[in-house]
Design a protein around this ligand. Structure first.
Ligand code: MSP
Length: 650
């Protein structure tokens, strides 16, 4: 029997304009789900929309729509268009206004009330509307919501409460005994340090001041708090508390709940506690990815700094968008969208790397073998490395996917593509073609190239949509449903037709394109920052010139942050311990205003390690962290992908 795999995205607020940031969670889940399906799992991929709560109601009113449901229906239709544009191949799309969901939520609420885990009391405190979150005065940061930094409202009403505090010990045990329950580890530390260790308080789970929600059946003046309504979607979508719970029996517990880092608290504390109260097994893993920024701010509808996936896809292809999201962003970390990074990836990897391999290989087979796949008649030891990389690809990509190193999984595939391109330069088929006696060797070289391309395209199937199809079609093959029987070298049948097609991706003149795009998307963020950066920083010519000798005295290294703590009596400083390859350094850095200490654990950074040690606030600082700075912010300079601590920067 097939093993099951149940993966979920959070359900999306149905008031949105969906942008590259929101698309990220779904594109990643889609790639994982497709990979698991091809890897033989009976996979179920759930997504949907979060349609209740004041935030949605207010958005409808803001757009002049008094019929909230009609407003949401329009938004959901747009979201479904985005998902279809990006080929998000979900198995179920739940809407929290669906009747089966509402009935199940009511039953769950009543069950918890009858059990004594929900009780009535009076709520008085702060409510953050955009986050739909309750806070005590002590939890506010500078009088504002600690999650989003926006002002809160005072809320005072008779409410129902969930006994979250009752599950304190069970949650502590969960985190203690199961260190991989919530990843990355920085999020786990955040839950432990900021919430579990200070002690959990019961949470308010109903509202009486709003009507847009699911009514509490035994007390109709109240509606269920939107986060309780939303979190339960993960089980109601499978039929929990409905007449048909076969999907629930088959797929629960979830194998992976994926989410952005701002909603971890709800998923990692409240959701497991609710499941404990309901005697339902817990999800196996939670993963919180980072944010996509655009111009120093989290990409978000409310700030207006958004990139429209429709415009990007229409201009450069859906696969370029999917590829950028999956390959360029180190999975788990924050990243900053820039059009030049997006286009550079597209040009370098898709157009040059993959596109050239396809066009060179197919054109040579066309020219030297009349478009028929040649037979590999003359093998050589020289081919072994290429064949080995192709044959190892399944294990390597699978390991990366199992570890949720999504960008590295793609990097593994590019190892084969890059090796194959190099193999062309090394074997010089155009020279082999000149001598008839070299024809068997030429046949072997071109077969090896076509077969490497086929294998690369098979592994690209979970990540990209049109591109692997086009490549496989050129090779008289098609996208397989399973990896079985198609991933070992030698599957391609000699004699099959090999087609030449138009370029996979046209090369783009990046600077001309950015100017054009800026106009179209009114990218005031990138423009503004560009201007202020130049003005805020000293002109480069004002700095002294140094010679190479002086530069080479600097010992620049990659470091991995092991711990980060605020420095007492200083608002600016953090004390970091950093692994620089078997050696730990203490570094005091003035980044406290820009980074939460928990977010830094495990981060790969750049350091100068032979700077004269100096005492700062009584702490001996043995080096300096390299950062970039403009008039708004300071950001740490990290290697483009994680490197071992101690790696030399040159
Ligand atoms: N409705 C809640 C989730 C309830 S789940 C029981 C919600 N919705 S959301 O529409 O705001 O977010 C949906 C997903 O988009 C989340 O995973 C969120 O982290 C992600 N992102 C929204 N903006 C983002 C970026 N700028 N960058 C990366 N992901 C971002 O939260």
């Amino acid at each position: 029997m097939k093993k099951k795999y149940f993966i979920t995205t959070p359900i999306y607020y149905a008031n949105g304009t969906w942008h590259l940031g929101t698309c990220y969670t779904s594109v990643v889940c889609d790639a994982i789900a497709r990979f698991k399906k091809m890897d033989g799992y009976d996979t179920f991929f759930l997504t949907g929309t979060d349609e209740h709560g004041q935030k949605i109601e207010k958005s409808a009113l803001k757009e002049g729509q008094t019929d909230v449901k009609a407003f949401i229906d329009d938004k959901v239709a747009i979201l479904k268009d985005v998902w279809s544009l990006l080929n998000i191949n979900y198995d179920k799309f739940i809407r929290t206004t669906d009747d089966y969901h509402k009935t199940a939520v009511q039953k769950i609420f009543t069950k918890l009330f009858n059990k004594g885990d929900i009780y009535k009391s009076e709520y008085e405190g702060h409510y953050c509307n955009p986050c739909e979150a309750f806070w005590t005065a002590g939890q506010l940061k500078d009088g504002k919501c600690p999650d989003c930094g926006r002002p809160t409202e005072i809320a005072k009403e008779e409410s129902y409460f969930f006994r979250l505090s009752k599950y304190q010990k069970q949650l502590e045990d969960l985190f203690e005994e199961n260190p991989d329950f919530l990843l990355p580890v920085s999020r786990r530390n955040e839950m432990l340090n900021n919430f579990l260790r200070p002690g959990l308080q019961d949470i308010c789970v109903s509202r009486s001041s709003s009507k847009w929600g699911i009514e509490v059946t035994f007390d109709r003046a109240h509606i269920v708090y939107v986060w309780i309504d939303a979190l339960t979607n993960y089980i109601t979508a499978l039929g929990y508390e409905s007449s048909d719970d076969s999907l629930f029996k088959k797929y629960w517990p979830a194998d992976l709940h994926m989410m952005g880092k701002e909603i971890v608290r709800f998923h990692a504390l409240i959701w497991p506690a609710l499941l404990m109260a309901l005697d339902i097994p817990l999800p196996k893993k939670l993963f919180a990815h980072g944010w996509i920024y655009f111009g120093n701010e989290k990409m978000s509808k409310s700030l207006g700094n958004i990139i429209d996936p429709f415009i990007l896809s229409e201009k450069y292809g859906v696969d370029a968008v999917r590829y950028y999201l999956l390959r360029d962003i180190v999975f788990g970390n924050d990243s900053n969208y820039t059009t030049s990074a997006f286009l550079t990836r597209r040009n370098a990897d898709l157009c040059n790397g993959l596109g050239n391999l396809l066009s060179r290989t197919t054109a040579m087979i066309q020219k030297y073998f009349d478009g028929r796949c040649p037979e590999p008649l003359l093998k050589s030891d020289f081919d072994d490395e290429l064949i080995q990389i192709a044959n190892d690809l399944y294990d390597n990509v699978k390991t990366r996917m199992d570890n949720l190193e999504i960008n590295d999984a793609l990097a593994e595939i590019w190892k084969l593509i890059n090796r194959a391109n190099k193999y062309i330069d090394e074997t010089t088929p155009w020279l082999l073609a000149k001598k008839p006696e070299d024809k068997p060797r030429l046949a072997t070289v071109l077969y090896n190239l076509a077969e490497s391309l086929r294998i690369a395209a098979v592994f690209l199937c979970p990540f990209l949509i049109e591109t692997p199809k086009k490549i496989l079609d050129c090779l008289s093959s098609s996208c397989p449903n399973s990896f079985k029987n198609v991933i070992k070298f030698g599957v391609l049948k000699p004699g099959c037709e090999i087609k030449v097609i138009d370029k996979l991706f046209y090369r783009i003149d990046i600077s001309a394109e950015i100017a054009e795009l800026n106009k179209e998307m009114s990218m005031q963020y990138e423009n503004n920052n560009g201007t202020s950066e130049v003005e805020a920083n000293p002109r480069t010519k004002d700095k002294d010139i140094i010679n190479y000798n002086e530069f080479s005295k600097m010992d620049l290294r990659v470091g991995i942050i092991k711990s980060a703590d605020a420095v007492k009596k200083s608002e600016k400083l953090l004390k970091l311990t950093v692994d620089v390859g078997g050696e730990t350094r203490t570094i005091v850095s003035g980044i406290a205003k820009y980074y939460n200490p928990e977010d830094l654990i495990g981060k790969c950074v750049s350091l100068i390690v032979n700077l004269e040690p100096t005492r700062i606030c009584g702490i001996l600082s043995e080096g300096m962290l390299l950062c970039a700075q403009d008039s708004n912010s300071v950001v740490i300079i990290s290697p483009e992908k994680p490197m071992a601590g101690g790696s030399i920067i040159s």
